[in-house]
Structures are given as C-alpha cells and as structure tokens.
Design a protein around this ligand. Structure first.
Ligand SMILES: Cc1cc2nc3c(=O)[nH]c(=O)nc-3n(C[C@H](O)[C@H](O)[C@H](O)COP(=O)(O)OP(=O)(O)OC[C@H]3O[C@@H](n4cnc5c(N)ncnc54)[C@H](O)[C@@H]3O)c2cc1C
Ligand SMILES: NC(=O)c1ccc[n+]([C@@H]2O[C@H](COP(=O)([O-])OP(=O)(O)OC[C@H]3O[C@@H](n4cnc5c(N)ncnc54)[C@H](O)[C@@H]3O)[C@@H](O)[C@H]2O)c1
Length: 471
C-alpha cells in the first residue's frame, strides 16, 4: 500500500518536531515517521536528565563546601544513589510527558515505524510505502561505541543507558571529555563515585584555545584522575573491567563511553538518493537551506552533524520545514555559535573559536581575564576561571571568546548577544558594570582588547554628551 503526502518527516525529535510545526502551517497532508522511542533525545537521555544529575551533584558538593569552611560540623554521608537515580528519572519522565502532550493534537499524522529511502520521494516503512513531494531527514545521532568493545556490553554504558541504572557503581571510567564526558564525570565524582577519565587531547568540552584548554584540564584534574591518551578496554577481571590508557591499566566497575555521537543515518537507504556521501556517510547539503543537493530532501538536527546542539536542531528543523513548503528554497543565516558545557566552572565557546580565527588567518587581538582574584567569585567560593576574548585588531569588534568561569553560562550569553549585535569592546566598556558581580571580571579582557586594537581608544570609557546615542 502506498500513501501520498505533501511532506514526510523522518524523526520525531526536536528537529523533526519543529519541522512538523512549520509544515503544518501550510498543509494538513503530512506524515511524521519515527521508528524509536518517542520523547526526544534531549528530554529522554540528553540535556534534561544530565542536567538533573548535575544539579543534584552540585547541591551535594555545596554541602562539602560548608564542611570545608567549618560551617557544618558533620561530614556529609554518601548519598543514596538509588534515590538519586529515581529522582533523575522522575524529572526525565516529566519532560518526556511534556513532549508527548505536545504531540497529542496531531497524533494521527504519526507512524511509528522505521523509514528507508527507495528514491528521493519514496520511503519504505516495511509493510507500507510513503510517497512525499518533500522529505525531511531528522533522525538525530547515536553514541559512538567501538565495535571491538561490544563484547564488554554488560560493563559498558552510554547516555542511552546511564539514566536507567537503578543505582550507581562504585567506580566508573569515563572515556572522552567532550561536553557529555565532562558534565557526567564531574557529576558522578561529586556524589562520591570513584571516577577516572581518559581524554585523547586537552580539547575538553569543545575548547580550542590552548590557554583555556590547559586551565580547564588543571581544573578538572584537581578532583578527578584525568589521563591523556587513547582509552582502551583490556579485558575482564573478577567482575570488573580492566581499562587502560598508554602503558597504564586499572580496574573499573563500569565504563561510560562519551566518545562522541554519529549522525543516525545507518539503514536509511541514503545510497538510493543518488547523491555523494561524505566520509561519515552524510549527503552533501547546503548549510543555510539544509537541502541535499537539488533533491526534494532536507537534512536537519544532529543527523547532519553540523552543530549537534538542541537550539540548533530546533532552528534547523524549522528552516527545513519552511523550505520544504516554500516555492523557492530560502537561505538562512546561522545564529552566533554558542556551546556551553555545564561543568563547574562552566565551559563555553562563543562566536568564532580560537581555532577558526587561526585557520581563517584573521587579524585579531586577545584580551584575558581570570577569576582567581575576582571579588564576587571569591565571596562565592568559586574563584576559579579564565576568559579569553577575541576581537578584530583594526577596530576591536568582538568576534568570539572561550572561557571556563563561574556561572559562565550567563557570561557566555552576554558575549554571544554582544557579538551578534556587532559591538566593539569600547561599546561594552561604556555600559554599566554593577558591583560586585561576575560580569566585572570580563572588564579587564575588554580593556585589553581595546588597548591592543589599532583603533585609537577614547580617553574616557564614559561617553561624552555629544557622543551619546541613547541619551
Ligand atoms: C547526554 C547528552 C546531553 C546533552 N546536553 C545538551 C545540552 O545541555 N544542550 C544542548 O544544546 N544539547 C545537548 N545535547 C544535544 C541535544 O540533545 C541534541 O543536539 C538534540 O537532542 C538533537 O535533536 P534531533 O532532533 O536532531 O534528534 P533526536 O531528538 O535524537 O531525534 C531523532 C529521532 O529520529 C528517530 N529515528 C532515527 N532513525 C529513524 C529512521 N530511520 N526512521 C524513523 N525514525 C528514525 C529516532 O527514534 C528519534 O526519535 C545533549 C546530548 C546528550 C546525548
Ligand atoms: N552542554 C551541552 O550543550 C552538551 C552536553 C552534552 C552533549 N552535547 C552535544 O552532544 C554531542 C556529543 O557530545 P560528546 O561529548 O559525546 O562528543 P564530543 O565529540 O564532543 O567529544 C568526544 C570526545 O571523546 C574523545 N575520544 C574519542 N575517542 C576516544 C578514545 N578512544 N579515547 C579517549 N578519548 C576519545 C574525542 O577526542 C572527543 O574529545 C556534542 O557535540 C555536543 O554538541 C552538548
């Protein structure tokens, strides 16, 4: 049996759901096909359960801070891991239920099957076929697990399994220190799990600036064993895994694989689209329209491997949905890049990364701040962190930043918005800085950038009456 639609969306994750909302503004003759568990990666196994665990770990850790200051006399007992996991799942279920509630009004457009391309307009769903004028691929991504490790499956977990654990193991080896590895390794370590991490490089949490990478590496190494090299599983020993890095081996109860995620494109029949696939198996697509070559097919969210982040998946799905329904395909600008890792201190990359500025041979200057001597950070007992701002040399226009800083998630947003509005360091310096706040810590970086720029710096940071544009 073949049914015909104006549009078919493969995947009911964040990208697929925003694509659906846009498509539904134009036609009622559409279908959403999802072959997995509903509720989105973000709500089920990603952003939300991970941040729930991080939040509990932070609360427990702050009790230790009180002990350290001799403000609490009793040593905090180890938490009840089964209770923690139940709480994480309770919150997870609440977020998933919210997603599923949002799907109710259009549930009769949903087919819960696995889709595979027969050609650019036709999908094989096993026992039925779908023909659609336009098709949007929004199939998300899957954790990377080396094939040779699969025989250790009972010791191995990724984030699809972690939050299902009834309780937590005594020791965990965390392999990979991208955002997933950093966030979860620190959270587990803070609630008393014996954590050892292995990272291939110091590019922790996606940082590219060697100076900030080194700082982040030192910061994480204070409270966890961190080894640099390629992580390996050597074998089993008495119900535990023997894991290693370089010449060193040690035992761990479980391994948390945080080695990255691959676009989930296997079994999708992309070879039947008749287009070139890159080395990762991703078809060539336009990064501003999400169209695959000149086909009636679009690829969005984690599935295209471009910016595997929640807000980007939502944007891309919307653009793909819009373009699928438009007479002509429209080109959309990317928002300023913003990547935040919810470690403590937070890690963030904003706008142009250090690496991209070097690669593009941009003429830029760097301003630095640190949070070790910053008043508010000292009061909070979180005086650890470093920021590097990048600005165009000729006029101190802000281009990007990398940081590890207390409450860096908020600093990162301010910086992203400033970069997005096209402001210079001198413009920011003319704005108020309250006292004592963490934002004050950025001021020396802005000043350095303004000093290093070849554009003459005004004598005063305050605007003179005749300069004022806002009054
Ligand atoms: C542990 C973790 C923490 C994260 N934390 C953050 C964070 O704090 N902030 C942030 O911005 N991002 C975070 N992310 C990333 C974020 O979750 C993803 O970028 C986002 O969820 C991707 O959405 P998506 O729609 O592309 O994919 P998904 O939500 O994975 O949706 C894909 C859907 O496609 C379906 N599907 C796949 N193949 C087929 C097929 N052939 N046929 C039919 N259906 C199919 C699947 O069943 C699934 O429902 C995190 C990720 C993880 C793993
Ligand atoms: N806070 C957030 O926004 C957030 C949180 C979690 C995940 N995410 C998204 O999910 C995606 C996946 O995150 P991730 O951290 O799993 O992937 P990642 O690709 O960012 O990091 C994986 C890390 O593992 C390392 N690695 C790979 N193989 C290794 C080995 N054998 N030994 C040692 N190290 C090894 C890689 O060098 C890399 O640094 C990210 O791209 C991110 O966009 C975002």
């Amino acid at each position: 049996m073949t049914k015909t639609y104006d549009a078919a969306i493969i995947g009911a994750g964040t990208a697929g759901l925003t694509a659906r909302a846009e498509v539904a503004r134009h036609t009622d003759n559409y279908v959403v096909i999802d072959g997995g568990t509903l509720g989105t990666t973000c709500a089920r196994v990603g952003c939300m359960p991970s941040k729930s665990l991080i939040s509990i770990a932070k609360a427990y850790h702050s009790r230790q801070g009180l002990e350290f200051l001799n403000l609490e006399n009793t040593k905090a007992p180890l938490p009840d891991y089964a209770k923690i996991m139940r709480h994480v799942r309770h919150l997870r279920d609440r977020f998933v239920a919210g997603v599923e509630r949002g799907m109710q009004p259009w549930r009769d457009h949903l087919i819960q099957k696995h889709a595979r391309f027969i050609d650019p307009n036709t999908l094989d769903l096993g026992d039925e076929t779908v023909h659609a004028d336009k098709i949007i691929i929004a199939t998300g991504s899957k954790p990377v697990i080396p094939e040779s490790w699969r025989k250790y499956a009972k010791y191995l977990m990724d984030t699809d399994q972690l939050f299902e654990l009834e309780t937590l193991p005594h020791s965990v080896a965390v392999f990979g220190l991208g955002p997933v590895g950093v966030e979860l390794a620190q959270a587990l370590s803070r609630i008393g799990i014996d954590v050892t991490c292995v990272t291939r490089s110091k590019a922790i949490g996606g940082l590219t600036d060697p100076d900030i990478q080194n700082y982040a590496f030192q910061s994480l190494s204070q409270n966890m064993n961190v080894r640099v090299g390629s992580a390996e599983i050597v074998g089993e020993n008495g119900g535990r895994l023997i894991v290693g890095c370089g010449d060193e081996t040690w035992n761990a109860d479980r391994v948390l694989a945080a080695l990255g995620r691959h676009p989930a494109l296997d079994g999708l029949g992309l070879e039947n689209l008749g287009v070139k696939l890159d080395s990762r198996g991703i078809p060539l697509f336009d990064e501003n329209t999400f169209q695959i070559e000149n086909l009636p097919v679009f690829i969005t969210g984690d599935a295209n491997g471009l910016r595997p982040l929640l807000h980007e998946a939502a944007d891309e799905g919307r653009i793909a949905g819009y373009n699928a329904m438009a007479k002509e395909v429209n080109c959309f600008q990317k928002r300023i890049y913003l990547g935040i890792t919810f470690s403590e201190p937070n890690i963030a990359v904003i706008g142009k990364s250090y690496k991209s500025l070097i690669q593009d041979k941009t003429d830029f200057v760097i301003g630095e701040s640190d949070y070790e001597h910053q008043g508010r950070a000292i009061i909070m007992g979180q005086n650890e962190g470093r920021v590097r701002l990048y600005a165009r040399k000729t006029d101190n226009l802000l281009l990007g930043a990398e940081l590890i800083a207390p409450h860096g998630e908020h600093l990162a947003h301010l910086l992203a918005w400033a970069i997005g509005f096209g402001v210079r360091a001198v413009d920011i310096l003319s704005m108020p800085f309250y006292h004592p706040v963490l934002e004050e810590g950025l001021r020396s970086a802005f000043r350095q950038v303004a000093d290093k720029s070849t554009m003459p710096k005004p004598q005063f940071e305050m605007l003179r009456c005749q300069d004022s544009v806002t009054g």
